[in-house]
Design a protein around this ligand. Structure first.
Ligand SMILES: [Zn+2]
Ligand SMILES: [Zn+2]
Length: 580
């Protein structure tokens, strides 16, 4: 079998890293040394040796692993650490990672880009990928091995009540497993796309036993999987049967910051189920980790709930403010998320806490700007300090030009890199002598967000309502200036298209709000976006979906705020009032 050690040797050859490998189990990470004029990579395990190879390729070999599928090479960045007259010694000391788990949340099926994703993750020392179970089912053995070789743990999970108890089959055999609403058991639709608010009767002991049985069976048939989840189907609506009703109070509503003021809290009913099922599974398989999510109306640990060994929570600061850092006590949204997160860390009894982030805004932020470079270093340090174990973020490859720097720097920050060094280094690598100008360009985008208002929840209305067309034209001119200095540089060309897009979307936004736009205008912008399929700026399917929504609003005369969901629109109205 091809091992991580052999792979590390092959990668060293590929990237011209001539180094001796030394295993030293006591080290906290790889360490790069020069001994007798030769390069040495010492590491506590094979995976850290591989990481050490990639580090050498970036630090000394002229490579930059910024864009998935493309190893950027620049001869001018090459340095030979062994030919100078410097004495032997440690070149890069071992440094414990700032966070143990570092990775991505994949909200889409595996595809032809998966190999380059795994490759990029290893090169940037990411070791965790959370995917939906239905997508994991489609992952080939070869790709599973490619992930394992690179030390990437794949969690088969996410929203999955329907995976453990499919409505299609259990609806017929066990109707009592499903939620009772208004005195009647729901008839599960069996339609995986429409599972919003289709829940289970979670206190039913037979249901719990059946889920535990199915989980154990799944782990037996998928021996490579170590982490699975127990996460409600997306949406709200819990069972209203007599027993389930004891676990929530319909008068005790959720909170404004977590978008759950309109529904009752479901933390107790959810956590009671997780505690019971995790204990059943861990009694048989203590090596299996069961994850739960914390957001909306189950954001904080319920009274007495503990994260025992074999359990992990993914805490999602859903619709957080991106103008303030997560632990900024002056932010009326984030400060509450920070409180919840502290509580989760206090609830640890051998279990783990991961933060589930959106370093691309959130769903339907649509390639609008989020520049979170410095903030991530501060946030990840704070996570480390309070006892958080991991950072995961949603992402897409097709919008890498827009958010790739967030992903790249998140990886650096999670490993423990120095903030200023890492940020200046990647700008220098991407922009060479124009790094200063590039820095000013990103700073100007950041300043626009910070000065348009106090808080900013990342959806289009929050941005476009408070900015002017001239703001984007200035940024476009700057991007054009950068591109003119290196006309062959694709990344710079794409920054121009990105800024051009912001100008166009802002114009459309203003015309819609002045009641001057037609569905044809919306169609034309969408068509313009689609002419840029060869770039890494847009996740095209997202735009199709969202722009259909805008057209729908125009046709029906509904005020376009976001995605035409009543309760979401209501929060957007309240944000506009409260977060000026
Ligand atoms: Zn029930
Ligand atoms: Zn804020």
């Amino acid at each position: 079998m091809y091992t991580t050690l052999q792979f590390a040797r092959d990668e060293a050859k590929k990237y011209g890293v001539e180094a001796q490998f030394v295993l030293e189990p006591a080290l906290s990470s790889f360490e790069i040394r020069r001994t007798d004029g030769h390069l040495v990579i010492a590491a506590p395990c094979d995976l850290e040796l591989l990481y050490g190879v990639y580090e050498c390729a970036e630090q000394f070999g002229g490579y930059t692993f910024f864009a998935p599928g493309h190893d950027h090479f620049d001869e001018r960045l090459k340095v030979n650490p062994c030919t100078s007259n410097l004495p032997d010694g440690t070149l890069l000391p071992a440094r414990p990672p700032r966070l143990k788990r570092r990775g991505f949340i994949q909200e889409f099926p595996f595809n032809s880009e998966t190999p380059m994703l795994f490759d990029w993750m290893a090169k940037n020392k990411l070791n965790y990928l959370l995917v939906w179970m239905k997508y994991y089912d489609e992952l080939s053995d070869a790709l599973k091995q490619a992930a394992a070789l690179r030390g990437i743990e794949i969690e088969s999970g996410h929203h999955n009540f329907d995976y453990w108890i499919p409505g299609k089959t259990y609806g017929k055999t066990h109707p009592e497993f499903f939620a009772e609403i208004n005195g009647k058991r729901i008839t599960p639709s069996g339609n995986a796309e429409l599972l919003l608010s289709e829940q289970l009767c979670t206190t039913n002991p037979e249901l719990r036993a059946e889920i535990a049985r199915r989980m154990l069976e799944y782990c037996d048939t998928h021996p490579e999987v170590h982490t699975i989840s127990l996460v409600p189907n997306d949406g709200f609506g819990w069972c209203e049967c007599e027993n389930c009703s004891k676990f929530y109070d319909k008068n005790e509503k959720g909170d404004f910051y977590s978008l759950s003021e309109h529904v009752y809290k479901a933390d107790r009913i959810y956590h009671d189920m997780v505690r019971d099922i995790a204990a059943r599974v861990n009694r048989v398989r203590p090596d299996i980790q069961i994850t739960l999510v914390a957001y909306v109306n189950y954001c904080a640990p319920s009274p007495g709930f503990t994260l025992n060994a074999g359990m992990a929570v993914h805490f999602a600061p859903y619709w957080r403010c991106i103008n303030h850092e997560i632990n900024d006590m002056h932010c009326p949204i984030n400060s509450h998320y920070a409180d919840d997160l502290r509580q989760w860390c206090k609830a640890k009894r051998g279990g783990e806490v991961n933060v589930y982030e959106y370093y691309m805004g959130v769903n339907f932020y649509l390639s609008l700007p989020m520049i979170h470079f410095h903030e991530m270093f501060h946030e990840l340090q704070w996570y480390h300090d309070i006892g958080v174990d991991g950072i995961l973020t949603q992402f897409h490859l097709p919008h890498w030009t827009v958010y790739g720097l967030n992903y790249y720097l998140m990886a650096k920050a999670a490993r423990g890199a120095d903030e200023a060094t890492a940020i200046n280094d990647i700008l220098r690598r991407l922009f060479g002598p124009d790094a200063g100008e590039a820095k000013a360009f990103y700073n100007n985008i950041k300043q626009l967000l910070l000065t348009m208002g106090n808080c900013h929840i990342p959806y289009p209305d929050s941005l476009f309502r408070r900015t002017t067309p001239a703001d984007y034209q200035r940024l476009l001119a700057q991007a054009q200036g950068l591109a003119a200095k290196a006309p062959a540089d694709r990344f710079r060309q794409e920054l121009v298209i990105w800024m051009d897009y912001l100008c166009r979307f802002k114009t459309l936004f203003d015309r819609i709000h002045a009641s001057q736009a037609t569905t044809e205008d919306v169609r034309q912008l969408l068509e313009w976006i689609h002419t840029h399929r060869a770039t890494r700026i847009f996740v095209h399917e997202r735009f199709d979906l969202y722009f259909q929504g805008i057209q729908e609003a125009l046709r029906t005369g509904r005020k376009w705020l976001h995605f035409n969901i009543d309760w979401e629109d209501e929060y957007i109205r309240r944000h506009a009032e409260m977060l000026k």
